[in-house]
Design a protein around this ligand. Structure first.
Ligand code: CU
Length: 163
């Protein structure tokens, strides 16, 4: 009788241990797959002054790759596009207004350099650029094309969620 109780106790103990091991392993796999995964987001800009994507979501700490392509035909001086992701709290209008006079630096004003999470080069027709960055703290981050006047239409929001 005592033996039966003992072995039942042992089974319960070991199955609880088993569940714990499974939970730990599952957690480790889930975490490592998140850390290793790279989210790829493809965005296009066109001659109508529009982004093909104006909202996307990533997870904090995740590696994010944005593939940005100017699919237009108009020359770069008239319809160049870039993609600039701003730090939290800075708006597309603030950056876009400041960028208007920054032609010499492809509309990335020196005064706003510390307000940028990541940005592509300024692209002419058919050109493409990729940027890779680590998703910052959870929150909402505005992005825009900083070519003069484009931020009125070419803007969006990157939402970063908690793990
Ligand atoms: Cu643009």
């Amino acid at each position: 009788m005592l033996g039966a109780e003992n072995s039942l106790y042992n089974i319960m103990k070991s199955s609880r241990l088993f569940l714990l091991v499974v939970a730990v392993l599952f957690g480790a796999v889930a975490n490592s797959s998140l850390a290793n995964s790279e989210t790829v987001i493809e965005i296009e800009g066109n001659d109508q002054m529009l982004f093909s994507v104006t909202a996307f979501e990533v997870v904090t700490g995740q590696s994010v790759k944005i593939v940005f392509k100017n699919v237009g035909k108009l020359p770069k001086v008239a319809m160049g596009h870039n993609l600039v992701i701003l730090v939290e709290g800075v708006t597309s209008a603030q950056f876009g207004t400041e960028a208007m006079t920054a032609a010499a630096t492809d509309y990335i004003p020196a005064s706003m350099k510390d307000k940028i999470v990541a940005h592509t080069k300024l692209l002419g027709p058919g050109e493409q650029d990729e940027i890779v960055f680590t998703a910052p703290a959870p929150g909402e981050y505005e992005f825009l094309c900083s070519f003069p006047g484009h931020f009125a239409l070419m803007r969006g929001v990157m939402t970063v969620t908690a793990e």
